[in-house]
Ligand binder design. Structure first.
Ligand code: SF4
Ligand code: SF4
Length: 329
């Protein structure tokens, strides 16, 4: 509770002063993955990873620069043998720690995860849909999630709205209700975001009409009491898909993305598009200061960043939504 109050005060102070401060850092700790999802090109990049010592040093520098939340991503971050030490170091530094995983290594890594505040786990639908991406058996995944929650770690899904997932939304909501697991949705295609990531198009892509009607259904389900982690603000925003309204963006001002090699970007959708300063070469604080500003006039629909924009703008609806989601065990 004390940590949440401290984070809330830091967000408030930064919003009031308007200063540039890396309140939240999304940190890719590996490109490696043990899966090959159709909508992802991360594992193909093969970037050189930072060592344990380099990442621990960066975590200390981030804390000194005012970082209050860190999200470990990949690739599959649980492939790193040192992930437990990285999570523990971020927690010791007073940060809210989240990690995004495909869920296949939860059992093997559960001791490493007990210091995390929140885990986002891929769940695409009932077993027949989950099988399309080669992820763990759903019943095994749910058992592993239950163990995490017994350790007081909040869990919510990371659910990509592919066509098969949309077709099985009712089954997904039933799983969510049965085990009280919040669902966090995101669009299928990086074209929805403005990303340079290569999208491997295929039969998984929903039509714009299918996507729109799925978002309407998710909004209705949330209104009916279903556990949907996305805020209404976010869902309303993405409903129109590529035609959605622009959103003022705080990337590079309140949050940033540290790539696998230590390069610092305002956000992951622009990875490789800018000349990014490197946190190991310059120190994190200086790299964040030197990072080029972006003025994306059209905004983008990248899910977590849109939610940050609402949260760091102190939108009351966003704050209430976040507090509700991280309170569910
Ligand atoms: S599990 Fe995640 S990192 Fe791995 S291929 Fe799928 S989306 Fe990419
Ligand atoms: S709108 Fe924001 S999050 Fe999206 S690409 Fe531009 S700077 Fe990045």
């Amino acid at each position: 509770m004390l940590k949440k109050i401290r984070i809330g005060l830091a967000v408030l102070r930064t919003a009031l002063t308007g200063e540039k401060r890396p309140l939240s850092v999304t940190f890719s700790v590996t490109d490696r993955c043990n899966l090959a999802c159709a909508y992802c090109s991360f594992p193909e990049r093969g970037s050189k990873e930072l060592s344990t010592e380099q990442i621990l040093a960066l975590i200390r520098e981030m804390a000194a620069a005012g970082t209050k939340r860190i999200g470990f991503v990949g690739g599959e971050p649980l492939l790193r043998n040192d992930i437990g030490a990285l999570i523990a170091a971020a927690r010791t530094a007073g940060m809210f720690v989240s990690l995004t995983t495909n869920g296949t290594l939860l059992r093997r890594r559960r001791n490493d995860l007990k210091n995390a505040d929140m885990i986002l786990v891929s769940l695409d639908g009932p077993q027949e849909v989950h099988d399309l991406t080669g992820k763990a058996a759903v019943n095994v995944l749910l058992a592993d999630i239950a163990v995490l929650r017994q350790n007081n770690v909040a869990v919510c899904t990371s659910t990509v709205l592919t066509a098969p997932t949309i077709e099985h939304l009712d089954s997904l909501f039933k799983i969510s209700a049965d085990v009280r697991l919040p669902l966090a949705f995101q669009p299928y295609s990086y074209e929805y975001y403005l990303s340079v990531a290569k999208t491997k198009e295929g039969s998984l892509a929903p039509s714009p009409e299918m996507f729109k009607s799925a978002i309407k259904k998710i909004i209705q389900k949330k209104q009916d009491g279903a556990l949907v982690a996305n805020s209404y603000l976010y869902l309303d925003q993405i409903k129109e898909g590529v035609n959605a309204r622009a959103q003022a963006c705080l990337a590079g001002k309140r949050y940033c993305f540290v790539d696998t090699n230590g390069d610092v970007y305002p956000c992951s959708p622009v990875t490789g598009r800018l000349r990014a300063p490197n946190a190991c070469a310059l120190g994190f604080k200086e790299a964040f200061r030197q990072m080029p500003a972006l003025s994306c006039k059209d905004g983008c629909l990248f899910p977590c960043y849109l939610e940050y924009n609402f949260l760091f703008s102190l939108s009351p609806r966003s704050i209430i939504n976040v507090l509700k989601t991280i309170g569910i065990r």
